[in-house]
Write a protein of this length. Sequence first.
Length: 365
Amino acid sequence: MYTEISKIIEGALSGDKEKVFNYSKILAKKLENDGDLVLSRKINNLLSKKRGGILSLDSLSSKPVDGESRMEMVDISYPIIDRDKFILNNEIDNKIREFIKGYENRDKLLKIGIDEPCTLLLYGPPGCGKTSMAQYISMETGLPLITARLDGMISSLLGSTAKNIRKIFDFASKQECILFLDEFDVIAKIRDDKNETGELKRVVNSLIQNIDVFSKDSIIIAATNHHELLDSAIWRRFNRVLSISKPTEVEINSLIHTCIDKSKFKFDISDKKIENLSSSLIGLSHSDINTIMNNSMRSSVINEKNKITLFDILRESFLFKNHSITNDSEFIEFLIQGGMTHRELQSCGLPLRRIQMVSKKLRGK
């Protein structure tokens, strides 16, 4: 596959769209023949949905920069992500799919008099998959994902931030795309905030004006961890608003099973143990749980273990929450609540007397 990948890179660098397209098709076919059906399907999906758009990064080659710092204000990508890596409840999943279908069927909607922009506001705590959703929508629609960079957009010069917002929207208007505005509350705060100056009003007004005139053939997705800070006029600019929460116990269970199924590691852990593990991880985000599972696998590689047990995952969970193991009793209590038996704890090198003492304490609670 080295030949196909190198040809694709050559074509992209020289602006030869047909070369990129043709060798991408060959690469997808080879992946299919080798059994990697998921990646093959994703490549073909991108090519079929947006043959012109997927290869037109040249039209977006000159990125806008901040006049003061000269920093680029956007990143451009065509994400390819594993849909199974983020678990959504059925309601959110259905709404995301409906949003995508709404974009794909906008001509049909226009014929019956529905002429509205494709705008989506995602809010919720950090690490719950808001960015992954924007990437997933980009992958499914075949549209390039243009992510606004706050470090380049925000300027100390009076009036420059509002001008930068206009530059970003003008740039994104060059072709059909998804404009992703992460940490949206930074530029969309309530305008009557007594701690802010008149500059904030200029910024929010500029943002509203640019959203209003943005092409309806493109998509705007905004994400924030602090929806309570958004100006009321901003809410009205989004015809789809989704609240993304931390995963439930059932969703955590599904996420753990997905990590295990996708991994090349052997996991020595029963479904019942996974239920106990899921209960101990309630309150963590999707990102937190993925980090814990990845840390468990990383630790097993480093320590040359041939399988991952419940103890390995619970240990990484405890370290993730507490950063170190300084109190053996607290650690043993966490392991017991996570579903480990006395025999399993002993086999991990923990002293029986301490295990019995902690267990007795738990029974007395």
